[in-house]
Design a protein around this ligand. Structure first.
Ligand code: UFG
Length: 339
């Protein structure tokens, strides 16, 4: 397969590039490097041993994107590109709606014009909103998102569902990610947040390395066994494989399907801290802080649909996630900026 990866230099996109290339497929990256580094490209080259086809193009730029489609014959597109910071989206709703929706609509227009009709979309468990009903199943209702970022995922899902309904030859897979963490085992690519990390694992790794003083655990009074929030953490390499399996599925099916990509197992914030300390032999000082607005007590997937229809399942353990995240942090104390 020849696959276009929009946002292919990002955290999940770069791991998916490796998975596709190592499985013998051709992957082409389009990224404007707004929230990613050019250094990713040379790291990908080192991992795969091949030149990386990439274009420094904004997906909102119809003309530039069209030129990429003219140069390649894509079987499918995986659409990762988009703004992704939950907190930032609350203060910048116009930018989030403009960028995330515009890029998707522009991509769909170019796909239609160039006769490419398979798309995998990077969605999120956040579209399930503030529910207590666990595990989350694809048949449950979505909506009630707590921030503009989440609403853009919800709206793009709806756009793509409508496109598939209107065009019976289209094939759409909406992948709802749970909490992707970890890094490629080479330690060459990983998550490189800009500024202070919002998410738990990059915060833990930066505390363990001494870059940050201590972790704030957002609440220990949730109705969970140890009082801290429970999430379904998934290794980014397992997640990347889910995209390959989704592309293969779309080669044989039309219409629109939603898939949860999670492990089905939830761990608490304290489980994360203690496992990280144990497997990496480091300490992660923390203190208990107030709850973070918008957080729910528990969030974990029922991933059985992906296993049944895609033949996909997460294999890596929480220990693997912690070891690989720490290797990435240790080898790249300043992320991609070290080079
Ligand atoms: N947490 C802390 N301290 C921190 C950061 C996080 O205690 O410094 C806790 C949170 O309260 C939560 C857990 O760690 O209980 C995980 O928080 P993350 O920020 O890592 O992840 P979220 O589950 O809040 O959000 C993630 C993605 C979103 C996505 C959402 C889907 O970051 O993009 O999952 O449910 F929308």
């Amino acid at each position: 397969m020849t696959i276009l990866l929009t946002g292919g230099a990002g955290f999940i996109g770069s791991h998916t590039y490796v998975a596709l290339t190592q499985a013998g497929h051709e992957a082409v990256i389009v990224d404007n490097f707004y929230n990613s580094s050019q250094e990713v490209i040379s790291r990908l080259q080192t991992i795969t041993g091949k030149a990386v086809p990439y274009y420094d193009v904004d997906v909102c730029d119809h003309h530039a994107l069209d030129q990429v489609f003219q140069k390649h014959s894509f079987d499918a597109v995986i659409h990762f590109a988009g703004y992704k910071a939950v907190g930032e989206s609350v203060g910048m709703p116009i930018e989030y709606y403009r960028n995330n929706l515009d890029s998707t609509l522009t991509l769909c227009e170019v796909m239609r014009e160039r006769g490419v009709n398979r798309i995998v979309f990077s969605s999120s468990a956040t579209v399930y909103g503030m529910t207590d009903d666990m595990p989350l199943k694809e048949t449950m209702s979505s909506g009630g998102c707590t921030n503009p970022y989440g609403w853009t995922k919800y709206m793009i899902e709806q756009i793509l569902r409508d496109v598939a309904d209107a065009n019976p030859s289209w094939a759409v897979a909406l992948l709802r990610y749970f909490n992707p963490i970890g890094a490629h085992e080479s330690g060459l690519i990983g998550e490189d947040p800009v500024g202070l990390p919002n998410n738990l694992m990059p915060f833990i790794t930066q505390v363990a390395s001494g870059k940050l003083k201590e972790l704030n655990i957002f609440g220990n009074d949730y109705p969970t066994p140890d009082g801290t929030g429970i999430r379904d953490y998934i290794h980014v390499v397992d997640l990347a494989q889910g995209h390959l399996d989704a592309c293969a599925y779309l080669m044989a099916h039309t219409g629109c399907e939603v898939f949860n990509l999670g492990t089905g197992v939830g761990y608490s914030v304290l489980d994360m801290v203690h496992t990280f300390e144990r497997v990496n032999n480091v300490t992660v000082p923390f203190h208990i802080a107030p709850r973070r607005p918008g957080d729910i007590a528990r969030c974990f997937a029922d991933p059985s649909k992906a296993e049944k229809l895609l033949g996909w399942k997460a294999h890596k353990s929480l220990e693997d996630m912690c070891i690989d995240a720490w290797r990435w942090q240790s080898l790249n104390p300043n992320g991609y900026a070290t080079v």
